[in-house]
Write a protein that binds this ligand. Structure first.
Ligand code: PLP
Length: 483
């Protein structure tokens, strides 16, 4: 240890055995003295030279410490009068109070940025993600972007990507649109937020599917709209029911391609009825196309926006399922008549996300990787679904294949939410079905078993864990919320 510096009320001691660099040690000691008031405002610090000599360190080491303190506005250089403690030190962050702040979507998600478990919804086959290719495209995009002249980016998203998305939509979803009708977003939820803002529907009513995506119901509530649950049957949303329940709704939010969570495709008659209602009532149809062309049962039905002569459909797409939620990219296709309004809203309230990710995705699409990846994923997920179905315990009542999941019903009296809460202890994360219903108390309990990340080597273990979970006597005896 070197000799202490006696700066009046401050003793600085350097400990060379510590891993903390000497500059940082000096900075920390002076900072503490200033913040605690031991070095008073206006006090002159020793010159770099004097301090360095006294502490037995180099002049540069002391200079760097003083500069850090000056950057933190704790000291200032007074020219020939040396370095002095600033008059009023900026407030320092005090210790964070011990409060519990609940994370968002606590009732729906088991956590964020945690390793996904078998059966977990909303995660892709991580093992089939083209990591190397994506890393290469990202690196290229970062380089290109770093060298490009900097102007404000288009808030609707990079023109290259919007042109590519328009081209892909024509092939995969039958949508014929101008690239300027496309606004890039961070995914479905961001697209919904943009849409609600652009439509100016706060305080109005919206039809939602029942059962349906719980986040949509919560989103409407948070955005100041009233969600009216409309039942879904084997042909999709009951449009006749919607017309009776809320004829003057401002919009209907639907998953026509593959209804979430039942997987049914909205029938052609219902599509026509929904479009006719919207045209008649001046209402909007928000198409949540979360799975895009990922239809495991064959070719996906065209999007509703593909046949929308009256321009009432706002199509929301996401790359969260087709590629990965980690991209954080999706898009909205605005009807022609609303394209400028959506652009203005993006410009003022909802600009497109990270440019380099957009540029990498534009290359991924342009070079044909996207369609190849989709084809590969469809085959892989179909195989995983069939393997899982074949291996499931016979006591599990499979109700349907729906989207990327298998729907398993549980006997009445089972509490699917409690089961799902216990499941991660067994290394699996099925999703309770009842939370997809507007009134979970009357819903039949069940589990959604997403097939995407059930790799062959995990299959047996995951299925055994599921059987253990359901066979547990506590499962059947949990106080039933079901009728
Ligand atoms: C029906 C439905 N829509 C939208 C989404 C979410 O999309 P994003 O993550 O892009 O917001 C999901 C995710 O699971 C979903 O199930």
């Amino acid at each position: 240890m070197s000799a202490p510096w006696d700066g009046g009320p401050v003793a600085i001691t350097i400990d060379r055995s510590q891993p903390t660099p000497i500059t940082v040690q000096i900075t920390n000691m002076l900072r503490a003295a200033i913040v605690e008031g031991r070095l008073r405002p206006g006090t002159r610090l020793p010159s770099w030279l004097d301090m360095a000599a006294q502490l037995g360190v180099s002049r540069g080491t002391v200079k760097a410490a003083y500069e850090t303190l000056a950057d933190e506005l704790l000291v200032y250089s007074a020219g020939a009068a040396g370095t002095r403690v600033a008059e009023r030190a900026p407030p320092r962050p005090t210790a964070v109070k011990r409060v519990v702040i609940r994370r968002p979507l606590e009732s729906l998600e088991r956590g964020f940025s945690v390793k996904p478990l078998p059966f977990q919804m909303g995660v892709p086959a991580q093992d089939a993600f083209p990591h190397k290719l994506w890393a290469r495209l990202r690196a290229r995009a970062v380089r290109a972007n770093a060298m490009a002249p900097v102007g404000p980016p288009d808030p609707r998203g990079e023109p290259e990507l919007r042109a590519q998305v328009a081209a892909q939509l024509a092939i995969t979803r039958g949508i014929c649109c101008h690239p300027d009708q496309i606004i890039l977003t961070s995914g479905y939820r961001n697209g919904l937020s943009l849409t609600l803002l652009a439509l100016g529907v706060q305080g109005r009513t919206a039809w939602v599917e029942d059962p349906g995506y719980p986040v949509t119901r919560m989103a409407l509530d948070l955005a100041g709209l009233k969600a009216v649950p409309i039942p879904v049957d084997a042909k999709g949303i009951r449009v006749d029911h919607g017309i009776r329940a809320a004829p003057d709704a401002a919009l209907a939010i639907v998953t026509p391609g593959q209804q979430a969570p039942t997987g049914v495709t909205l029938s052609p008659e219902r599509r026509r009825a929904l479009l006719a209602w919207a045209a008649r009532e001046d209402a909007w149809i928000v198409e949540d196309d979360y799975l895009s062309e990922l239809q495991l049962g064959g070719r996906a039905a065209p999007a509703m926006a593909a046949d929308d002569p009256a321009g009432r459909v706002i199509h929301i797409g996401t790359f969260g399922k087709t590629i990965s939620p980690s991209l954080g990219l999706g898009f909205v296709v605005a009807p022609l008549g609303l394209a400028e309004r959506f652009g203005e809203i993006a410009g003022c309230l909802n600009p497109a996300p990270n440019v380099t990710t957009q540029l990498a995705l534009a290359d991924f699409l342009a070079d044909g990787h996207f369609l190849r990846h989709l084809r590969h994923m469809k085959a892989l997920y179909r195989q995983r679904r069939d393997d899982l179905h074949a291996r499931l315990d016979p006591s599990i009542a499979v109700d349907a294949f729906a989207g990327l999941a298998i729907v398993a019903h549980l006997p009445r009296g089972f509490d699917d939410v409690a089961l799902a809460q216990r499941a991660p202890n067994l290394g699996i994360a099925p999703c309770p079905l009842s939370v997809w219903h507007a009134d979970p108390a009357v819903a039949r309990p069940g589990l959604l078993l997403c097939v995407t990340n059930v790799r062959p080597q995990l299959l047996d273990k995951a299925c055994n864990a599921l059987a253990t979970l359901i066979d547990d006597p506590a499962a059947a005896h949990t106080p039933a919320r079901a009728a």
